[in-house]
Design a protein around this ligand. Structure first.
Ligand code: DAH
Length: 337
């Protein structure tokens, strides 16, 4: 009997398994109340002759301990491989969240709209897919007029009437469609032009349009409004100058320059040694535009202006390449957090 138990001990020490199910089968084989080997051996104990009882008792206990030890050993081995090799250190500081931030174009757009909202301008928006009427005809672009060529238009599905808006001036028309003066609104949005992509041009960019129509609105109001904007946006020492220009929807029309914020007007390579940087186009709303949008051009006058948001952002932050805004390189974007 004793040798049989000793053999069992050897067998137990050699036993191995790699999952808890097999380990449970092993445990029951020895400890099961019904037919476990140990249970039976302990039952047999009373039949062992008196003089062998002591030795037999010792080996039996050895067997019981061997089985328990083997179970504990295998259990901890299985559990430690289960939770792979991750060692938890609860005292480690947590990982910092990589927070997103506003795109510089959104930031500049918000800054511009805030400046104009201080002057009482509301915000209005229109669709990016437009028709000829809102982008050209209602803005006094005669059909076949070469001014349409100034804006390289993307047409939608070869239909000359449906197109991607080339400027946010189209929103002027929508506002005039839906309301009567006084109108004081700005319209930020995305515009599209069929242009080769370069450091200075892109086929997608952003503009902000401004429109102010009321009784007695004059060119002086336009000038004053733009001067306020320039000083708020680029600093209180900024000067503006207006150069005569042409747009079909304004008469007279002008282009506006600000004094170069880098050299203070002395001349540098950013302003090409002129001391001035162009920022927008503007003018008094052409009476033809008012009339074709059902606004009495005798009673009312107005001014309008339009600027590229990318251009303002480039000047404000000294960015030399327009394409940076569209590449979404995090090294670039993170500078604006
Ligand atoms: N729509 C013009 C453009 O995209 C910009 C512009 C010029 C808008 C003069 C105006 C304006 O409202 O009066 O080039």
């Amino acid at each position: 009997m004793t040798t049989k138990v000793k053999e069992l001990i050897e067998e137990v020490k050699k036993f191995s398994c790699d999952n808890l199910e097999d380990l449970e089968v092993f445990r029951l084989r020895f400890f099961s109340k019904k037919n476990g080997k140990l249970t039976e051996l302990f039952k047999d104990f009373k039949n062992v002759p008196k003089e062998e009882k002591k030795d037999f008792g010792i080996v039996l206990n050895n067997l019981k301990n061997a089985v328990s030890d083997q179970i504990d050993f295998l259990k901890s081995k299985i559990n430690s491989t289960d939770s792979s090799d991750i060692k938890l250190d609860l005292s480690l500081p947590g990982y910092a969240e990589n927070k997103g931030s506003r795109h510089p174009i959104s930031m500049v757009k918000n800054e511009i709209t805030e400046i104009f909202s201080r002057l009482g301008f509301t915000i209005s928006e229109g669709p990016e897919i437009e028709d000829d009427h809102h982008v050209f005809s209602a803005l006094n672009f005669p059909e076949e007029h070469p001014a349409r060529d100034m804006q390289d238009t993307f047409f939608v599905e070869k239909n000359p009437d449906i197109l991607l808006r080339t400027h946010t001036s189209s929103v002027q028309v929508r506002v005039m469609d839906n309301s009567q003066p006084p109108i004081r609104t700005i319209s930020p949005g995305r515009v599209f032009r069929n242009e080769a992509i370069s450091a200075r041009a892109h086929c997608i960019f952003h503009q902000i349009e401004g429109l102010y129509i009321d009784e007695n609105v004059s060119f002086a109001d336009l000038k004053q409004t733009l001067m306020y904007f320039a000083k708020e946006m680029f600093g209180k020492d900024t000067k503006i100058r207006l150069r005569p220009s042409y747009f079909p929807f304004t008469e007279p029309s002008a282009e506006v320059d600000i004094s170069c914020s880098l050299c203070g007007g002395k001349g540098c390579n950013v302003c090409k040694y002129t001391g001035w940087l162009e920022i927008l186009g503007c003018g008094m709303v052409d009476p033809n535009v008012l009339e074709s949008n059902n606004i009495d051009s005798v009673k009312y006058t107005g001014f309008a202006f339009g600027m590229g948001i990318e251009r303002i952002a480039m000047l404000k932050y000294g960015i030399k390449d327009l394409r940076m805004f569209f590449e979404n390189d995090l090294r670039f974007l993170k500078q604006f957090v």
